[in-house]
Design a protein. Structure first.
Length: 658
């Protein structure tokens, strides 16, 4: 039976490392040859292009748009959608994801007279709640990479990769067409002259069998052929006409027996009993957000790396909070926000484009009348026993006890949390410190603290706030405040706990004023669960990852994982939780800990660790403001501030989207 090959070419003129002055060259060297090969050989290419790129091409070379439109009308090429900007869906609020896709659809309709029904998931970065976002904006099919979802769902049959499936979230689902990392990397190596025609033909033919199958020959960037974006020192030198090599490959494949070329939409017609249209959850507790390529290429590269992703993401959240609350803002304002949230500003962006972005953000915030925020000085209430809280300072520990809360702080470790009890929820401590002998497993033989900060620069000693301190204890606005200033080798950390016994929450305020730009992994407010307080087989975590609804993940039967595990000397972490509504929860079927922060103050992401160990599991979360990868530059931590609220609740029945 035949092997049906399909191709998806991704066009993006905002590519991070491409200067504005080079965009005409990209159109001439990359975009025109793509159309010429498709037209000359009647190749049914799927071409994905953002609304923003359409606008840029229209300004530079409108004839390219006209030619592409003709090929669509002649049924040679197929338009694939993606939105106005190449936004990383699991890192932005659901409203922005909806607006981005709607704005893209509007441009597709205006320019090409059609609204595509198939979307390429931006940067192949997927969270399960995005299914509902695509469904609500008129898409019935998404294109997503096979390799990484399969690696965390080994119960799937490997033949699923050759047939259309269903990506699901709750009762929502969309058709799913696969892309392949190994395939598109092989294609690029061939085009660049690193391998020759017989090798790639052999690779493709491996996927032939007695059954009819569909397989993606390519599904990635166009700007890497006959042009070099300049991201890496190791980029291949252009030694020949790469489009001629690509055309030669397609011609050679056309002569092969039982090999055909189809549009991406043609995959939906290929069905095989048991192997097609299965309802699949592409994610897992260990990988709540799946991304294309190898593990070093992960969600953190757009969240907290780059020149300063945390900074520009925070600015975008400020703009979003302004736009979402007022109907007076028009589509043009939302378009501007989608532009600012483009992935391309968060990786290998050139210095000149970075400076321009910061300037544009300042101007747009001024246009929206977003005022610069300063921490307000609080008025001190000198009453001693507010909300019936008693405070005892003994042997470097602070014991705080009220009607509801019973908390112990360790002043030898930077007022870290030793234990946290909420009597309304449990008589046992919910989170705090685990001593180094707690686990029999020697790999966990360390003291595990809560409520502290760590900064790990590459090749240097870790910096923390866990020093011996003499904190101030004051009553303020009916709350107890415990505060201290901690000097480190890098500068000053101001740390403050705010305790409200009546409501039952504690809030950690962190201010960092380090004196120089530095590179490293900055993780805040580690929270270590006390294992015996929670039912091991009922443990879960939940948060929003760019969707309208919260995503739930079972930890009870999950394998061990560590989102913050060092992937290599260059990659400080491998995974994270998006937390796009500023809230994450951990708990079991009876109780949960809820942790909240304001993304518009500091756009953090969650780093979760869950390790199986004898009868006790180790579960811990922290919040990252910075990680290291190949895109990272030194960052400024002057006047960095974060406010993290923690409280416990009884687990109520709610609609769970697994």
């Amino acid at each position: 039976m035949s092997l049906d090959l399909y191709s998806i070419f991704h066009l993006n003129l905002s590519y991070s490392s491409i200067e504005k002055s080079d965009r005409k060259k990209v159109i001439d060297n990359c975009y025109w040859p793509l159309l010429e090969i498709a037209k000359k050989n009647r190749l049914p290419f799927g071409i994905e292009i953002t609304g923003n790129t359409i606008e840029q091409i229209t300004e530079i070379d409108k004839s390219w748009i006209s030619e592409f439109k003709k090929l669509i009308k002649k049924n040679i090429c197929e338009l694939i959608g993606s939105g106005y900007s190449q936004i990383i869906g699991p890192l932005v609020p659901a409203r922005v994801n909806l607006e981005n896709l709607k704005l893209g659809n509007k441009i597709y309709k205006e320019v090409f007279d059609i609204e595509p029904k198939i979307a390429l998931v931006n940067e192949q970065t997927f969270s399960k709640s995005l299914v509902e976002i695509y469904e609500k904006t008129g898409f019935d099919t998404i294109i997503m990479e096979w390799n990484n979802p399969y690696s965390v769902n080994l119960n799937w049959d490997s033949n699923y990769r050759y047939y259309p499936q269903k990506a699901t979230f709750g009762k929502k689902s969309v058709n799913l067409i696969w892309n392949e990392t190994i395939s598109f990397q092989k294609f690029q190596r061939y085009a660049h002259g690193e391998i020759e025609l017989p090798e790639i033909l052999k690779f493709i033919k491996i996927h032939q069998s007695k059954y009819k199958k569909a397989f993606p020959i390519y599904g990635n960037d166009v700007e890497v052929f006959n042009f070099r974006p300049g991201r890496y020192m190791t980029e291949a030198v252009i030694s020949n006409n790469e489009w001629e090599r690509i055309e030669a490959l397609y011609k050679s494949l056309s002569y092969q027996k039982n090999i055909n070329f189809i549009k991406p939409s043609g995959v939906l017609k290929i069905k095989k009993k048991f192997y097609s249209n299965n309802k699949l959850n592409l994610t897992s507790a260990s990988s709540p957000i799946v991304v294309k390529k190898q593990r070093k290429y992960n969600i953190l590269r757009w969240a907290v790396t780059g020149r300063n992703d945390c900074l520009i993401n925070t600015q975008c959240w400020k703009i979003y909070n302004k736009l979402k609350n007022h109907k007076k803002y028009k589509a043009q304002d939302w378009k501007k926000l989608c532009y600012f949230w483009s992935s391309d500003f968060r990786t290998h962006i050139t210095l000149s484009r970075w400076k321009q972005l910061l300037s544009d953000l300042r101007k747009f915030k001024k246009y929206l009348k977003i005022k610069k925020e300063f921490s307000k000085k609080k008025r001190v209430n000198l009453k001693k026993n507010i909300n019936n809280l008693s405070v005892k300072y003994e042997k470097n520990f602070i014991f705080v006890k009220g009607k509801r809360l019973n908390i112990k702080f360790d002043c030898n470790k930077g007022i870290s949390l030793d234990s946290f009890i909420d009597y309304k929820i449990s008589k046992k401590s919910l989170f705090g410190k685990l001593d180094h002998e707690y686990f029999e497993n020697i790999s966990l033989g360390a003291d595990w603290f809560s409520g502290h900060l760590s900064f790990e620069p590459p090749g240097k000693h870790k910096v923390t706030d866990m020093q011996k301190v003499k904190p101030k204890i004051i009553h303020l606005n009916n709350k107890l405040i415990i505060k201290s200033s901690i000097k480190t080798l890098l500068g000053l950390i101001k740390k403050e706990w705010e305790i409200d016994d009546k409501i039952g929450n504690i809030t950690l305020n962190i201010k960092i004023n380090w004196h120089k730009q530095i590179l490293g992994a900055l993780r805040l407010c580690h929270i270590t669960l006390i294992p015996e307080t929670f039912k091991k087989n009922k443990l879960y975590y939940a948060s929003h990852n760019g969707g309208l609804k919260k995503e739930f993940f079972k930890l009870g039967n999950s394998k061990s994982f560590d989102h913050g595990r060092l992937e290599s000397q260059l990659i400080s972490a491998n995974q994270s939780i998006g937390i796009t509504e500023g809230e994450v929860e951990l708990g079991d079927n009876k109780k949960k800990i809820v942790i909240q922060f304001d993304n518009s103050q500091s756009a953090l992401v969650g780093i979760l660790t869950h390790k199986l160990s004898d009868k006790k599991n180790f579960t811990r979360i922290c919040f990252s403001a910075s990680e290291i990868d190949d895109t990272s530059k030194n960052k400024d931590y002057k006047n960095f501030e974060a406010k993290i609220k923690i409280f416990a609740k009884k687990k109520i029945r709610e609609k769970i989207y697994l």
